[in-house]
Write a protein that binds this ligand. Structure first.
Ligand code: GSY
Length: 155
């Protein structure tokens, strides 16, 4: 088993509910740890509501493709439709890291190609695994992020 990291984000409907529902599907009973929830400025240029984002560490033997299938199942169960590429969404799940593995396109690329550009990914990832994100990477990443609290204690 090795640690795998996935990013979850929501800015439509009830983000707390979508994140909780998505987590249950993505973790599938595997041991996991979850970062705090962050309110984050939307990245990608479209005017839309702020996101709620978190990162989860899952200890699993699942392959990158199996994790991608879990991510897609979580999005589908939360009513995600394929709209605008950078547009609003009920739930978006990205596979960030699968242990130390690298994999090839077209279906899934790990590490995630935009992992190190985005503060909404790096800040919660660093909370779980400080050794994976350097100060420099954090400084160079884009987007405002504000910690809200743990998923269970919000609202
Ligand atoms: O790539 C994930 C979906 N997404 C997000 C997101 O989760 N958070 C923020 N802050 N901006 C985003 N833009 C997109 S697309």
């Amino acid at each position: 088993m090795r640690p795998c990291y996935l990013s979850l984000g929501s800015n439509v409907g009830d983000p707390q509910q979508h994140l909780a529902s998505g987590l249950a599907i993505v973790c599938e009973g595997d041991v996991h740890r979850t970062s705090r929830v962050y309110e984050t400025d939307p990245v990608g240029g479209l005017a839309q509501d702020n996101f709620w984002n978190l990162v989860v560490e899952v200890l699993t033997d699942a392959t990158a493709h199996q994790l991608l299938a879990r991510a897609q199942a979580a999005e589908l169960a939360n009513g995600r439709t394929r709209g605008l590429r950078w547009g609003p969404r009920t739930l978006d799940v990205d596979v960030l890291l699968v242990g130390n593995e690298t994999s090839d396109p077209p279906e899934i690329l790990v590490p995630h190609p935009r992992l190190y550009e985005r503060a909404f990914v790096l800040v919660p990832l660093r909370e779980l695994a400080a050794d994976l994100v350097s100060e420099d990477q954090l400084r160079d990443s884009v987007g405002r992020v504000v910690a809200l609290g743990t998923l269970e204690t919000l609202r």
